[in-house]
Design a protein around this ligand. Structure first.
Ligand code: DC
Length: 226
């Protein structure tokens, strides 16, 4: 099998991972794998069944009834297919963000999703973003970048993004949710959000999108042929 390249991007909610990774993937001709969307799909499925994301027994009981597929349309956009249904749009709410964070702490959920994520990277060049890509999913990734920004900057960006989509969003509420998610994602026992030892940290607080893309290309270009 031909060598495939993997770029792992980890970082907290709202650091700009998906916006940046999407654009870079397009420029480099790589597959963009948004792993948060997979956890969101699990959260959405359990939510439809009325199972609390904190209910260990409930999660274990129903998880086997869920099949998830990742599909890409002709524009390279990732679609999440839950038991045959496209739920790409439905999983993008603040409520599902919180539930995905809680659901992602369960061992049974993380195990189920691990191979799915690794399989994509086996056959395609990927830019994969999440919380544990450089540490757990693709520990041998060619490039690892840890994207971060202050909670205030991330909350402002997320608020603007939600408003632009026509959803309601209040900065103070979004900030609290981001802080809560940071806490949950960094304090869970399995695969918590943390920087891999060989990861390069990029603080995007003071950078616009073009600035981040330039900085990332420089980092990536030193490790793999562009
Ligand atoms: O990136 P996101 O905001 O769509 O992710 C939603 C939640 O999913 C996040 O709060 C934690 C969880 N997640 C995870 O545990 N591991 C990943 N690789 C990606 C997301």
């Amino acid at each position: 099998m031909a060598k495939t390249y993997a770029i792992a991007i980890d970082g907290p909610a709202g650091a700009g991972k998906s916006t940046i990774a999407k654009r870079l993937a397009k420029e480099l001709g790589y597959y963009y794998v948004d792993t948060g969307a997979i956890y969101r799909t699990v959260a959405y499925f359990l939510d439809l069944l009325g199972v609390s994301p904190k209910d260990v027994d409930g999660v274990e009981r129903y998880i086997d009834e869920l099949t998830i597929e990742i599909e890409y349309d002709e524009e390279g956009k990732q679609h999440m297919i839950m038991n045959g249904m496209d739920v790409t749009g439905e999983i993008r709410t603040q409520d599902i963000s919180q539930k995905a964070s809680l659901v992602s702490a369960h061992a049974v959920v993380r195990e189920m999703l691990l191979d799915m994520q690794r399989d994509v990277a086996k056959v395609h060049n990927v830019i994969m973003d999440g919380r544990d890509i450089g540490t757990v999913v693709l520990p041998k990734a060619d490039v690892k970048i840890f994207l971060t920004a202050s909670p205030e900057v991330r909350a402002k960006r997320r608020t603007d993004e939600l408003l632009a989509k026509g959803q309601t969003a209040e900065y103070e509420v979004v900030l609290k949710e981001i802080q809560q998610r940071d806490y949950q994602d960094t304090h869970r026992e399995i695969a918590p959000l943390k920087m891999a030892k060989d990861s390069i940290k990029l603080d995007t607080s003071e950078l616009d999108i073009d600035g981040v893309i330039d900085a990332m290309k420089k980092i990536i270009g030193e490790k793999i042929p562009l």
